[in-house]
Design a protein around this ligand. Structure first.
Ligand code: HEM
Length: 512
């Protein structure tokens, strides 16, 4: 990664994540689930909005009163729900923006993932449109300010026959029909948003749309507490005959209004459209050599579907075969969606280093880093070790920097993703006594460049997911260690500790 801004952002994010890990634990750390948190807040806002819709009066003269009623008279329930609606909306902006920055910093926005990035940009517009129309509905002084400001922006475009702003200059011009239209927009835009959110994750296999239970419960408790301690309140009722006075804006949604008040609608539109266009074309602004897509070997593929199930991007599908074969189905790779992570290679039951043959062929493989070459290189590097304790470290090109590890008795091998390592490779190296211990290091879960690598590594090594590590493989001779690219030093420390442990443990004889 040569971009210094991206590198600095990434280092900052890793620090923040480690700090949050220490505070709330890895499972409940929201920074690993920012997309899922945005979904979660959407549901909170949607459900609370439905409740608020019941007492809301779509009337220019009664809208403000109806909201005041639920806030003040029914503060313990209606007021709390209003708080959930407001703070949930703020939290959605926050989580969405942090999600955007994180995906950028982690370099997960170009190549095959252009689709998720590109379809993310309209979501920003829709979230803001939903929030701002919501503030209009309250019809207080803040709504008056927003309505007038937004109307002036719209008028500047000159696409509406008559001035919209004129409606807000004359108190008599504002009708109940206008409020009916407003509530229609405030409901329709989030519905479109939901549809667009679904499109956004269409090319992501097993998209993380639900935060872990403890994170969801903790967040909900905090939202409820905030809503009760600091209830959402309105300004004074709107009065188009008066100026708005001092306002207390919601900066999550309105930060740009005062700026644009100063510089005018032309600057507002130029900034909003310019920024959106810039964001939209970002996936094509990086110089990026697309990795070669995985390739299926028809004679070796039995159509088991493991690769399709494990692929983080749904790049592999199982289709009926047209060739002569004892198997009815075959894996098919959609090369433009494939990120070349090799996770599918590890999923294939044929990716087994114990198999015989000069050249190992497997059902699905990476053309530029074939499974056969992985076995040969691993065996050669392990064979070159001549210390009393020999350790093989497998890692990935995005986590701890393996090439910086220079330790006697330690061979390293970097894969496109640690999820490309089949557990049988660990078994092979230990059973054949090519090494005394194996370490598999992967990015910290939630940070994997290829999304699902660490999860699959852990589950396969724990025997919870196929292909499973044989139970007979001595677990004290292997380790799985999470290490981000900034944690190479701590990985070195853990390798040294493992080496000492191995030196102190007599080899009982490897698994049969
Ligand atoms: C309403 C707002 C949004 C929601 C609810 C949302 C939700 C999600 C979810 C659930 C995922 C899947 C995460 C995973 O399983 O790894 C995701 C991925 C992604 N999102 Fe968003 N997102 C939103 C806005 C955005 C925006 C504004 C951008 C950037 C312009 C963006 C860019 C991405 C990218 C690039 C990925 C793919 C990550 C990968 O391939 O590893 N999202 N989003």
């Amino acid at each position: 990664m040569s971009n210094p801004v991206k590198a600095a952002l990434k280092a900052g994010i890793f620090r923040l994540e480690s700090a949050a890990d220490a505070l709330v634990g890895r499972e409940a750390n929201p920074l690993y689930h920012l997309g899922a948190m945005s979904w979660f807040f959407f549901w909170v806002v949607g459900a609370s909005g439905l409740y608020l819709f019941i007492p809301y009066e779509t009337s220019a003269v009664r809208a403000w009163d109806s909201i005041e009623y639920i806030s003040r008279v029914q503060w313990y329930w209606g007021g709390m729900i209003r708080g959930l609606h407001r703070y949930g909306s703020d939290a959605m902006v926050l989580s969405m923006m942090m999600h955007l920055v994180r995906e950028y910093a982690m370099d997960r926005y170009h190549g095959a993932r252009w689709f998720a990035w590109f379809t993310g940009v309209p979501l920003i517009w829709m979230v803001f449109a939903s929030g701002i129309t919501g503030y209009w509905l309250v019809w207080d002084m803040l709504a008056q300010y927003l309505a007038l400001g937004t109307a002036e922006w719209m008028d500047w475009l000159g696409i509406f026959g008559q001035s919209i702003a004129r409606n807000f200059l004359n108190p008599g011009a504002l009708t109940d029909r206008f409020f009916t239209l407003l509530i229609f927009i405030h409901i329709a835009v989030p519905l479109f948003l939901l549809f667009a959110m679904w499109i956004h994750i269409l090319r992501i296999n097993r998209a993380d749309v639900n935060p872990p239970k403890q994170l969801a419960i903790g967040t909900m408790i905090m939202l409820v507490a905030l809503s009760l301690i600091h209830p959402a309140q309105s300004h004074d009722s709107a009065n188009l005959g008066l100026s708005t006075g001092v306002l207390n804006p919601d900066w999550y949604y309105m930060a740009l209004y005062p700026v644009f008040d100063t510089y005018g609608p032309a600057v507002a539109w130029a900034a909003a459209i310019g920024l959106s266009v810039l964001l939209s074309v970002m996936p094509w602004m990086v110089r990026y050599r697309r990795p070669q897509a995985a390739r299926v070997s028809p004679p070796d593929c039995n159509g088991c579907g493991n690769c399709a199930s494990d692929c983080p991007f749904g790049a592999v599908t199982i289709r009926p075969r047209s060739d002569v074969s004892p198997h009815r189905e075959i894996a098919v790779v959609q090369s433009e969606v494939c990120t070349g992570c090799g996770i599918c290679v590890a999923s294939c039951p044929h990716s087994n280093p114990f198999n015989k043959g000069q050249i190992l062929s497997t059902g699905i493989d990476l053309p530029n880093f074939a499974f056969d070459s992985m076995r040969k290189q691993a065996a050669a590097r392990a064979g070159a070790l001549d210390t009393p304790v020999r350790i093989m470290v497998f890692g990935c090109d995005h986590g701890a920097v393996l090439k910086d590890i220079k330790m006697p008795g330690v061979a390293i091998m970097s894969l496109p993703c640690s999820g490309m390592l089949p557990p049988s490779m660990v078994d092979y190296l230990l059973t054949r006594k090519l090494v005394d211990g194996v370490i598999v290091t992967a990015c910290r879960p939630g940070e994997c460049f290829h999304r699902l690598g660490p999860e699959w590594v852990q589950q396969r090594m724990d025997g919870e997911r196929v292909p499973k590590l044989r139970r007979a493989v001595p677990r004290d001779r292997m380790r799985v260690i999470w290490a981000a690219s900034t944690e190479t030093t701590s990985l070195v420390r853990e390798i040294a500790e493992f080496r000492e442990e191995l030196a102190a443990t007599p080899v009982k004889g490897a698994a049969e």
